[in-house]
Write a protein that binds this ligand. Structure first.
Ligand SMILES: Cc1cc2nc3c(=O)[nH]c(=O)nc-3n(C[C@H](O)[C@H](O)[C@H](O)COP(=O)(O)O)c2cc1C
Length: 307
């Protein structure tokens, strides 16, 4: 099996989720963290907490950063160095306006000069291993092709391409042909990302791209936490096995957040997002019940009825 990377999903794959997922089922070669950003002269304590080594014990981690300039990028490396992180991914794919309009994420793709500066910095920082995760472009799919010569010359351990445009957000489908075009000319180990939800879909991508270095899976893995393990084992889990894992993982998160989130209402809000991508696994009716439970007590009752 080729390496499987758990995609970064801001608001979902936090340190607790990654730790419990790794302990309960695993199957990921590494977990990418949601991006750490430099803002108002510092890094948010929430972001720092998420990458603290003691909160990520035993979890293979790639720490992702997002930056609009060489200065931001350097600041972020400075902050991450004392924490011992040496495997860093640069986000060039975030489509959210809040980041993109400041030239971060997918907003960086069209800014060739800044990309060149950051890649040059990577070339001289031999104490780190760097990768990039990018989209096809902000509004034109040739942006990634224009950057490719620069990326090919950079000191990168891998490149992950999510073949959508920034302006698409998460709409439409991943553009397999555009990925193929990029793959033909990319000289780095290449990872495919986008829309994989089942073992069959993962197999289809691996067959279409036999030289692929890895798969990165996000929403599909949240929806089916056993997905990576099923791929590694070459065996589809039964629905009973999958649901048992979904509940186990939920119980771990519940116990964890109950100790740190103040008040039932906040705990309820925090826990219910766990089901956001699970409609196919738990069924529409069940999901509705989970989402409509107005308080923690009703919510936990709905969870206990998930089969
Ligand atoms: C809610 C949400 C948060 C995300 N946060 C990040 C992030 O912090 N960094 C990043 O590179 N991508 C982020 N992504 C994009 C995913 O990592 C991934 O590239 C995208 O969802 C496509 O893969 P998938 O179809 O397997 O989910 C996010 C996506 C979603 C839906």
């Amino acid at each position: 099996m080729i390496p499987l990377y758990f995609a970064p999903l801001q608001g979902y794959t936090d340190d607790a989720y990654r730790r419990f997922h790794q302990q309960e089922v695993g199957g990921a070669t590494a977990y990418y963290t949601p991006f750490v950003r430099w803002e108002h002269g510092g890094v948010r304590s929430k972001d720092l907490r998420d990458v603290r080594p003691d909160f990520n014990e035993g979890v293979p981690l790639v720490v992702q950063v997002i930056a609009a300039s060489i200065e931001e990028f350097r600041h972020l490396l400075e902050v991450l160095t004392p924490l011992g992180h040496r495997r860093i991914d640069l986000n060039m794919g975030c489509p959210f306006q809040l980041q993109a309009r400041h030239g971060r994420g997918a907003g960086l793709l069209g800014n060739v000069e800044v990309v060149r500066e950051i890649l040059n910095e990577m070339n001289v920082r031999s104490d780190f291993h760097f990768s990039v995760k990018l989209r096809l472009g902000w509004d034109a799919p040739n942006e990634c092709m224009q950057l490719l010569p620069l990326l090919n010359d950079a000191r990168l351990v891998q490149v992950t391409l999510h073949p959508r445009l920034g302006i698409q957000g998460y709409k439409g489908t991943a553009d397999i042909e555009a990925f193929a075009k990029f793959a033909e000319e990319c000289r780095h180990p290449l990872v495919f990302n986008g829309d994989i939800r089942t073992p069959q879909e993962a197999t289809r991508i691996m067959e279409r791209f036999p030289t692929l270095h890895g798969l990165m899976i996000g929403r599909g893995w949240l929806a089916r936490p056993s997905l990576g393990r099923e791929l590694a084992e070459g065996r589809e889990w039964s629905r009973t096995e999958r649901m048992a894992l979904i509940k186990r993982l939920h119980d771990r998160l519940h116990a964890h957040y109950a100790a740190i989130v103040p008040g039932d209402a906040a705990l309820h809000q925090k826990l219910k997002t766990y089901w956001d991508y699970m409609e196919e696994e738990v069924g529409r009716k069940c999901l509705k019940k989970l989402k409509k439970a107005g308080n923690l007590k009703n919510y936990l009752r709905a969870v206990s009825e998930v089969v």
